[in-house]
Design a protein around this ligand. Structure first.
Ligand SMILES: [Zn+2]
Ligand SMILES: [Zn+2]
Length: 377
């Protein structure tokens, strides 16, 4: 047994507590990572509060970045001293993993959200109790963290880990949805609407803005939708060409999107809110052949109904995505490179906090005072 410092949640709804906890020995395909920073995501808080399922006591955290300190006996893809960004875990052996789509691994649920190792065991202990972990394959609210090898993405050691830590979940999801799924094409994808401007939505705006600059005739209209004026202002700074305050357009959101897009509707849309009424509006507000993507998670078991006929006549499509269809090993270094070139200014939406201030960081995120808190170890 060795010690880690961890933000532990003793039961659903309890605040994070900074404690010294014990960690069990590394398994063959695990890596011990000395963290520099961990981003805070809404999903951490949703599990903490019991809105999404968890198992307690629990260590959350799923946007870690640090340096490899030890490797399990079967680890091949990282070595001691490597700088790594952490992302989701996957099995490598299922059909979708073999097709090069680890973001849709058939074991996604078990390996990322079961709050246990793949073999069902708990990686941590505290005051004689088993502590659940392995959240998103990493539970990077513990330092050092026991991380699944598949979650590790080696990056250039010169990169600033304190800024890039959040790439592995929310930012990858938002930007990946634009780069990997919407893949805007000239004269075909002229407009995009992004609903909800947390870290995911802002990352989608940044990716869209980058592509619009690189490719004339693509995404000349980028519409940001949110309920908060400050967030809309930030979205403008990040490249949105139009903004809609959902408070002011509760009853005519669809009409407003149509007005901005010359009456036709949006060629592409991303929902990052998970609100069913917004998802419905998103689909209705699509242009003919428009494509809508859901990344925001509604409450579990949510169901939705849409009017089918306009969907058929308009040749619209609607799909979900986990992590923006991103293969983290390739995509995170690409995003890090864009950041270094000044083309992907994620630091504009981040604020750093000492690890002990995690509860304040979460509250600031919920209050909309900060979009992406980053805990510094
Ligand atoms: Zn798999
Ligand atoms: Zn997340």
């Amino acid at each position: 047994m060795a010690n880690s410092t961890a933000l532990i949640v003793t039961h659903a709804g309890a605040p994070f507590r900074l404690e010294s906890i014990n960690r069990t020995p590394l398994q063959a395909r695990e890596v011990l990572v000395r963290l520099k920073a961990t981003g805070v995501c809404h999903t951490d808080n949703a599990v903490r509060t019991g809105k999404l399922p968890g198992a307690f006591p629990l260590v959350l955290g799923h946007e870690g970045a640090g340096v490899v300190e030890e490797v399990g006996s079967a680890v091949k893809s990282v070595k001691i001293g490597d700088h790594v960004l952490l992302s989701y875990a996957f099995c490598r052996t299922c059909g979708t993993c073999k097709q090069g789509k680890p973001y849709a691994c058939v074991e996604m649920e078990r390996r990322n959200f079961s709050c246990s190792r793949p073999d069902g065991s708990c990686p941590l202990q505290w005051e004689g109790l088993d502590v659940h972990g392995c959240f998103f394959g990493q539970s990077s609210f513990a330092n050092p963290a026991i991380v699944q090898e598949s979650s590790c993405v080696p990056v250039d050691p010169s990169l600033p880990l304190e800024i890039l830590a959040p790439l592995g979940c929310g930012i990858q999801t938002g930007s990946g949805t634009v780069f990997n799924i919407i893949k805007p094409v000239e004269n075909d994808t002229r407009s995009l609407v992004v609903f909800g401007l947390g870290g995911v939505g802002c990352a989608a705006i940044m990716a869209a803005s980058y592509l619009a600059k690189q490719n004339p005739g693509v995404l000349d209209v980028i519409i940001a939708v949110d309920l908060k004026a400050e967030r809309l202002e930030l979205a403008r700074q990040l490249g949105a060409t139009h903004s809609i305050n959902g408070q002011e357009h509760q009853s005519d959101l669809i009409e407003e999107i149509r007005r901005i897009t010359g009456g036709v509707g949006a060629d592409a849309a991303v929902d990052c809110t998970g609100a069913l009424s917004i998802i419905n509006d998103m689909i209705v507000a699509l242009a003919p052949c428009g494509r809508a993507v859901t990344v925001g998670a509604p409450p579990l078991t949510s169901k939705m109904s849409i009017e089918v006929f306009p969907f058929i006549n308009g040749c619209k499509s609607y799909r979900g995505s986990h992590q923006g269809d991103s293969v983290a090993r390739k995509f995170l270094p690409f995003l890090a490179d864009l950041y270094q070139k000044g083309e992907f200014p994620i630091d504009q939406m981040e604020r750093s906090y000492p690890v002990g201030a995690v509860n304040e960081a979460v509250q600031d995120m919920l209050d909309g005072k900060v979009i992406k808190p980053v805990l510094i170890w």
